[in-house]
Write a protein that binds this ligand. Structure first.
Ligand SMILES: [Zn+2]
Length: 441
């Protein structure tokens, strides 16, 4: 333990103000100036005497922290070789994103303490950082790929914070002890977990991890209103990371692999020709608007949507309307082909999304027209009937009978027509779809 630091129960680590001797002042000045020969001379000269190599300046910095701030690697090496105390130098080096210094300090710690180094990596007592900031969390905050990789290789991990509604002993105690610190430590953990470098290095499926984390953060932004802005920023960061990954795709085959990837399926199932779009469905489930609306995604969806009608999008409006009308009018023939010979060319054509959409629309329009037709027919018949028999006092019962007979005759014919319609075009299509799937499997 550094003699300049004091540990108290309630506040953690507190720094003692100590008056510096002239030589200590000279030593710190030499380190500040980056004067390696003078520093070496002072250290070696006073090594035998009562010289405090760990002395701190008025800003609370030890010599190694000054060297880290100045990115003076030679000086750091000199100080480490002379046995300076590390303290929270590792955290400062990570904070400054000084990869070389981090490597040197870790190497020094491993050679001195061996396996004990893991405990240092889990918690570093510090005057500058709160107790929940571990080296890997800080590296996540800085999003430094090299430092995160280094720490992960040493076995450092970030545990996901407990659910906000968790009532376990640890959470209750943490909340009772200091609710602000408890909330802050949750944010600090999530801030590190949302680091793109950390997700890339630690997750097998970075896009899915980003989606899940984004959903968690969005939920937390609603539950912890006080930190809503912080959580929303992190949620957006995750969303943008997934979009950045999607943007890296260089061609349709890569896009096909990304959008059809399903974590639960085997590798062979993921590389089939059939477009399952499992990842896209997951994106919709997690409300990843930016991901779904990305041009790469939309390009693939548009090419799938207009499959079977090559060059349709480049045609003028009149040609488009003509094609749609032709397919719409042909829907009974196409539906019958699909029903009877699903494997033929026309049967396969109807499976294409846009053609399927036109046929479904045509089918429903016909269905609606039949209803409107019945309504108009009934209405007209009603009018004629009243005109003819309104003043006829002698046969009210007779008129009712005729009216009912007429209506039931019309209904019988039309109902039968509609029944056939539903059976063939709606129920039939789903049944054929099932038969088709069976035949294919
Ligand atoms: Zn808990």
């Amino acid at each position: 333990m550094n003699p300049n630091l004091d540990e108290t129960e309630s506040f953690g680590i507190i720094r003692k103000e100590v008056d510096l001797t002239n030589k200590e002042k000279q030593y710190l000045l030499a380190v500040e100036r980056g004067d390696v020969p003078t520093t070496r001379q002072i250290v070696e000269q006073f090594k035998v005497n009562n010289f405090n190599i760990n002395c701190i300046d008025t800003l609370g910095r030890t010599a190694i922290l000054i060297a880290i701030e100045n990115e003076n690697i030679e000086m750091i090496e000199l100080l480490l070789n002379n046995g300076i105390e590390i303290g929270d130098a590792l955290l400062h080096a990570i904070n400054e994103e000084n990869v070389e210094a981090v490597e040197m300090i870790l190497h020094y710690e491993i050679s001195n303490k061996g396996e004990e180094v893991i405990t240092i990596l889990i918690q570093v007592p510090s005057t500058s950082f709160s107790a929940d900031i571990t080296p890997i969390i800080l590296a996540g905050h800085r999003d430094n790929y090299e430092i995160i990789k280094l720490l992960l290789s040493l076995g450092c991990r970030i545990t996901k914070p407990h659910d906000i509604r968790c009532n376990c002993k640890q959470c209750v105690a943490g909340n009772d002890d200091d609710s602000l610190r408890h909330s802050r430590s949750r944010i600090n953990s999530y801030k590190a977990l949302a680091s793109p470098s950390l997700i890339s290095l630690s997750s097998k499926d970075p896009i899915l991890t980003a989606f899940e984390l984004c959903a968690d953060l969005r939920r937390l932004s609603k539950l912890e209103n006080e930190f809503k802005i912080d959580y929303e920023k992190l949620s957006l960061k995750c969303q943008e990371f997934a979009v950045d990954l999607l943007e890296q795709t260089r061609g349709s085959s890569e896009l096909h692999i990304i959008l059809n990837h399903d974590t639960n399926s085997t590798a062979d199932e993921n590389y089939t020709e059939r477009q399952r779009l499992a990842r896209l469905k997951v994106a919709i489930k997690y409300k990843q608007k930016k991901f779904v609306s990305h041009p790469n995604c939309q390009q693939l969806l548009a090419s799938l949507w207009y499959e079977g009608l090559p060059g349709f999008r480049r045609k003028n409006v009149v040609a488009k309307i003509c094609i749609i009308q032709a397919i719409g009018f042909m829907f009974p023939i196409l539906s019958l082909c699909y029903l009877l010979i699903p494997t033929c060319f026309l049967g396969q054509l109807i499976r294409k999304p846009f053609i399927k959409f036109i046929i479904h629309s045509a089918s429903y329009i016909t269905f609606l027209c039949k209803f409107i037709f019945i309504y108009i027919l009934n209405y007209r018949e009603n009018l004629l009937f009243h005109e003819k028999y309104d003043n006829n006092l002698k046969s009210k019962i007779y008129t009712r009978q005729i009216y009912a007979t007429l209506r039931s005759n019309i209904r019988k014919n039309e109902t039968f027509g509609i029944f056939i319609h539903i059976l063939v075009y709606n129920e039939g299509s789903s049944m054929t779809h099932w038969v088709n799937n069976k035949a294919q499997s």
